[in-house]
Design a binder for this molecule. Structure first.
Ligand code: ADP
Ligand code: MG
Length: 240
């Protein structure tokens, strides 16, 4: 579903991704961990070309998105993204937030977008807030709306970049629960997170990044029971 081949990213003198090779299979749940500044966000932003790699190839669902004239708009529609900041439109209701992109970008008829939107709001436990405004919701609720909004584009891939990092502690679990439920659907998920309980429960594979490289990868048990690299051990000892 996703393949990165020798991907490099430079920001001026900074070499932020170094020869990244990574394959994510359809339906796979990949968790990305690593210290701040190690390139995790840049890595996942290269998947939907929010960042363009300086060199290397990114293939998404069979399409080389790094090729000149790649059908980026179409590929991006198949990739949902959830950020640390929820970025809901403050002057639109929850349901409007969830239906806007399918209607405007994909040309889905309003009635249909609203019907599926309500289903996804129900899925994240917020159907009863369909006509509320974002400011009337808690952070955890806003993030669940952001997930429903991404889902209403019917993506094949969901990218999550530290989706719970901006939340008050008591709201983290409600968002993780939605993500856990989503993981049972067969959708391909790439999740940057420091929530190791989530990684343990959901991940098929965990990668540890440091200095723009994938230093270590394996099933979650490997990470928690027998990490190989000193830097992985040190990182885990700090966050666990
Ligand atoms: P992480 O998500 O692991 O914290 P990032 O991918 O956000 O790491 O950042 C990796 C490095 O790239 C950091 O040193 C960061 O300051 C730098 N960086 C990220 N985005 C930009 C940008 N748009 N311009 C310049 N430097 C950037
Ligand atoms: Mg980041």
């Amino acid at each position: 579903m996703i393949q990165l081949i020798k991907v490099n990213k430079h920001f001026g003198p900074l070499h932020v991704l170094v020869d990244i090779d990574l394959t994510v299979k359809a339906g796979e749940k990949l968790v990305v961990i690593g210290p701040s500044g190690s390139g995790k966000s840049t890595l996942i932003r290269c998947i939907n070309l929010l960042e363009r790699p300086t060199s290397g190839t990114v293939i998404v669902d069979g399409v080389d998105v790094t090729a000149p004239r790649a059908p980026l708009t179409k590929v991006r529609q198949s990739i949902g993204m959830v950020f640390q900041q929820f970025n809901l439109y403050p002057h639109k209701t929850v349901l409007e937030n969830v239906t806007l992109a399918p209607i405007l970008v994909k040309g889905v008829p309003r009635e249909e977008a609203e019907a599926t939107g309500l289903q996804f709001l129900e899925r994240v436990g917020l159907k009863h807030k369909a006509h509320a405004y974002p400011s009337q919701l808690s952070g955890g609720q806003q993030q669940r709306v952001a997930i429903a909004r991404a889902l209403n584009m019917r993506p094949k891939i969901m990218l999550f970049d530290e989706p719970t990092s901006a939340l008050d502690p008591e709201m983290v679990q409600e968002v993780l629960d939605v993500m856990i439920s989503l993981s049972q659907d067969g959708i391909t998920m790439v999740v940057v997170t420091h929530e190791m309980g989530f990684a343990r429960e959901v991940a098929d594979r965990v990668i540890f990044m440091d200095g723009g490289q994938i230093l270590e990868e394996g099933p979650p048990e490997h990470f928690f029971e027998s990490p190989t690299h000193e830097r992985t051990k040190l990182f885990l000892s700090r966050i666990l």
